[in-house]
Design a protein around this ligand. Structure first.
Ligand SMILES: CN1CCCC[C@@H]1Cn1ccc2ccc(-c3n[nH]c(N)c3C#N)cc21
Length: 239
């Protein structure tokens, strides 16, 4: 998998050389390339923004640098196998399902906007050439797309076959398929007693059936308390 990042702050992506992602890069599972959008400007100030047409506050990212960067980094021929991700507060929700879909893609280009956002023609042009995903991390406002691109990267790459040491751990996570859209149950490890707080006895019983039931019940309880939006009528009936 090749990952490209276009940003006026490419240093954000230095972190991708650390921890598991660094290991994936070493193992050849993932190739990471960060690009400074200003490298495709031609004025002394390396300008990437301008005032919004129609007025309004703030500045908008000019289309020209993006187009020239696309030409050099991706190419000038349409190729639907290239997936271009635009993090945006007005994007579709980024979910585990989207992460799963992207984990089987060979090439992803992240376009990280700043200011008020990117001239919309950049997104329209990208849609005419590649497979585009305009996605939002959640209902809060960030200052740009870089942090979202990092979060999306981690969510996607950890699903790439061969990346995680124990793929079984993926199967048991919240939001993964087969968990019925339930939140993960509470986790415990040794010591059994810590500052007057004990591990639930059932988890020390060695009775796998009871442990499985306790965990399911806890997942249902937590999901109903914290994320009623995740429990549809069928799921509630089944629980
Ligand atoms: C603050 N400033 C004026 C208001 C509109 C946003 C803008 C900043 N900004 C520019 C590019 C850009 C991309 C993503 C996001 C973003 N915010 N929240 C999310 N869940 C995001 C995603 N994914 C914010 C961005």
């Amino acid at each position: 998998m090749r990952l490209d990042y276009l940003s006026i702050f490419p240093g954000y992506f230095d972190v991708l050389g650390i921890s598991l992602l660094g290991k994936a890069a070493v193992n050849g599972l993932v190739d990471v390339y960060a690009h400074d959008l200003r490298d495709w400007t031609h004025d002394r100030h390396r300008t990437v923004d301008d005032t919004p047409c129609g007025g309004g506050a703030g500045m908008v990212m000019k289309p020209d640098p993006w187009g020239e960067a696309f030409d050099e980094i991706i190419g000038t021929e349409p190729d639907p196998s290239v997936h271009v991700v635009f993090p945006s507060p007005s994007g579709e929700p980024f979910t585990q399902s989207v992460a799963h879909d992207l984990s089987s893609v060979e090439r992803i280009v992240f376009c990280c906007g700043r200011y008020e956002g990117i001239d919309h023609r950049v997104i329209d042009y990208a849609r005419s050439m590649w497979t585009v995903h305009e996605v939002s991390l959640g209902d809060y406002v960030l200052n740009g797309g870089e942090v979202a691109a990092l979060a999306i990267t981690e969510a996607v790459v950890r699903l790439v076959p061969g990346f995680m040491g124990n793929p079984q751990s993926l199967a048991e996570e919240s939001f993964s398929a087969g968990q019925d859209g339930l939140l993960e149950y509470p986790l415990f490890t040794r010591p059994v007693s810590w500052r007057g707080l004990d591990v639930p006895e059932v988890l020390m019983s060695g009775h796998h059936g009871r442990i499985a039931k306790w965990r399911r019940d806890e997942s249902i309880r937590l999901t109903r308390e914290r994320r009623p939006d995740l429990t549809d009528s069928d799921v509630s009936a089944r629980h």
